[in-house]
Write a protein that binds this ligand. Structure first.
Ligand code: ADP
Length: 253
């Protein structure tokens, strides 16, 4: 497993990140979780969705989260992606204590480090492929000229130049997911979170997306995916099995 420090970004929106106090352990794994729990109120009681989730993900890992429906996989991925802030426990991303941060600061951290790929693509239907790819860059205040160059590179890299003026509903599922992956990686995130990225695709399209994730991982991007598919799980180097919110198995491959 490779360990390295994050690159420093001089974006004014993320300046504050540089001033966070390192944890006593310093920069170790990319992600460290300690006793993360989530529950919902149900009547007079409480239903737990995640129980005492602890562990580390190192930079360069390709981790697969598996488990039956309702096990808490999507919930865990949403917490890691900072889309869900309603949980207890400790979560460090590098030396940033996510559990102690305000929602706005979490979003900044998300923008700086994370690309998310959803099963249902989540492209914006009234924007073209080109415009969808531009969005993460405008969030990061990338200047117009630079944005144009980066989108052109991305269209090239993903072999979708010919689709740039089309809208998502003019693309096949596989092409939409290709655009969604392109959008997730355009700003070069250190971490990609993918929630059943091939769940809506035919096997050939699914393999294309998985090969792409594997290639990004080989180039150093950390990947955490949720899948039910054993063959796709084999693309990674670690598997974590969840059941009823508990980690029941954690394997290095
Ligand atoms: P998985 O991705 O493994 O299928 P989820 O993380 O989607 O599981 O859901 C885990 C559990 O949390 C499920 O039992 C689900 O019913 C429950 N859950 C999700 N959202 C809510 C909610 N808003 N209120 C109550 N329970 C919820």
């Amino acid at each position: 497993m490779r360990l390295s420090t994050p690159s420093v970004v001089s974006d004014p929106h993320t300046e504050y990140l540089l001033h966070c106090t390192p944890t006593p352990q310093g920069i170790n794994g990319m992600i460290r979780l300690k006793n993360v729990e989530k529950s919902y109120r149900s009547g007079a009681g409480e239903t737990f969705v995640l129980r005492r989730i602890s562990g580390e993900v190192a930079q360069g890992d390709f981790l697969t989260i598996m488990g039956p429906s309702g096990a808490g996989k999507t919930t865990l991925l949403s917490i890691l992606g900072m889309l869900d802030g309603d949980w207890r426990g400790e979560f460090y991303l590098y030396d940033h204590p996510v559990h102690a941060m305000k929602p706005r600061d979490r979003m900044e951290l998300n923008k700086q480090y994370i690309g998310f790929v959803f099963q249902q693509y989540h492209l914006l239907d009234d924007l073209t492929v080109y415009e969808n790819l531009e969005i993460p860059l405008s969030y990061r205040n990338v200047k117009r000229k630079e944005r144009q160059a980066m989108v052109a590179d991305s269209l090239d890299r993903f072999n979708i130049v010919g689709k740039k003026d089309l809208y998502p509903n003019q693309l096949s599922g596989g092409q939409q997911q290709l655009v969604a992956v392109a959008r997730a990686v355009i700003a070069d995130p250190k971490l990609i979170l993918a929630d059943e990225p091939t769940g809506s695709l035919h096997s050939i399209q699914g393999k294309m997306i998985m090969d792409l994730l594997k290639e990004l991982n080989a180039q150093g991007t950390t990947i955490i995916q949720v899948t039910h598919n054993e063959a796709w799980a084999a693309y990674g180097n670690r598997i974590m099995n969840l059941r009823d919110g508990w980690i029941v198995e954690s394997l290095d491959r």
